[in-house]
Design a binder for this molecule. Structure first.
Ligand code: ADP
Ligand code: MG
Length: 330
């Protein structure tokens, strides 16, 4: 009898323990043209799924606001009115463009959302069969200049000063969406932690089911099944820009989808850039900026900014890291 009683209490207490154990749920889906994975760690499955769905709804909302492919988006309205008139937009989009201009300034124009005049010329979806002509490139390049994106804070308007100008958020939109999904998910009932992976741009926070927290591998660009090392993320984002997903090849030369606004041609010299900092949007934008700036100037910029670390793989497979990066090798 005593033994039975003992066993029952043991069972009950282990049940209580189980109840306190966290559950982790994930959903993988296509959003913003990329593979997203939204993960929530919660006290129970219902709460986890509520948070995941709220995160996905937020990403979908942002996509509709910033997409330059969707003709109904405010971004498309801005582009249509280039050189014609200022367009009134939501404060959210206004602020996003404001921050984009700041990174334009910080990177000396290496990062520039008005690179998008080039979207008409360089296509990385397989539809481009020959190098664009020098004249076409020069003409499109002449439209790139973040300083010609005019913001009027009082009217809350955006005006692209010249006809033919265009903006696009390919280099920061996924990071912004990841930040926002995290922010919404964090406010939901019972959520203890989570991870939003926006096509390789990811942000992790709070508790994870893994004992050590969120451990993120950095793939080796030489062999994507291998890893260069891993990072323990604690309330941080890591974003990687690489040349191995979107690129075209002409006469043996590989052209990646990041355009150098100074030349109008895709960048060369770097295979991948990973940026680690608490903010996914900043990581995303800086990864692209460093790609364009090149390893020397890029690393100098990363080392200058507090709380930002980075890792660069050059086209000769050399790995360069910022001064305080804590990469684990085993
Ligand atoms: P990924 O989309 O692979 O994560 P990035 O974050 O580096 O890579 O974004 C690359 C995208 O950013 C390009 O596909 C293009 O839409 C846009 N882009 C290209 N060059 C620039 C640039 N110099 N500044 C800002 N955006 C750029
Ligand atoms: Mg980017």
């Amino acid at each position: 009898m005593k033994l039975l009683y003992f066993l029952i209490t043991l069972l009950l207490s282990s049940n209580i323990l189980l109840a306190q154990q966290l559950v982790e749920q994930s959903k993988v889906l296509l959003l913003m043209g990329s593979r997203f994975e939204v993960t929530a760690v919660a006290e129970n499955e219902v709460e986890a799924w509520q948070a995941i769905n709220a995160g996905i709804a937020e990403i979908t909302r942002i996509e509709q606001l910033i997409s330059s492919w969707d003709s109904h988006s405010q971004t498309s309205a801005i582009n249509r009115q280039a050189g014609i008139k200022a367009v009134k937009v939501d404060r959210e989009l206004f602020d996003l463009i404001f921050r984009a201009k700041k990174i334009g300034a910080l990177s000396n124009g290496a990062f520039d959302i008005s690179y998008a005049s080039m979207d008409r010329i360089w296509k990385f979806d397989g539809s481009m069969k020959a190098m664009p002509s020098v004249e076409k490139i020069a003409k499109a390049k002449s439209k790139i200049n973040w300083q010609n994106i005019l913001l009027d804070s009082e009217q809350q308007t955006v005006f692209l000063k010249e006809k033919g100008m265009r903006i696009g958020f390919g280099a920061m939109g996924k990071g912004y969406a990841a930040n926002r999904a995290k922010a919404i998910m964090q406010t939901m009932n019972g959520i203890q932690g989570g991870l939003v992976n926006a096509g390789g741009d990811l942000i992790a926070w709070g508790k994870s089911k893994q004992e050590k927290g969120w451990s993120i591998k950095i793939a080796d660009p030489k062999d994507r099944d291998k890893m260069l090392g891993y990072l323990q993320l604690q309330n941080q984002a890591i974003v990687t820009s690489g040349d191995y997903e979107k690129f075209v090849t002409f006469e043996g030369q590989r052209y990646a989808h990041i355009i150098d606004p100074r030349t109008g041609y895709p960048t060369t010299g770097i295979k991948s850039v990973s940026i680690i900092c608490p903010d996914a949007e900043l990581s995303d934008a800086l990864a692209t900026a460093v790609f364009v700036m090149g390893q020397r100037a890029g690393l100098a910029l990363i080392n200058e900014i507090n709380g930002v670390e980075g890792l660069i793989v050059t086209d000769k497979n050399e790995v360069r890291t910022s001064s305080n990066l804590k990469l684990n090798y085993y």
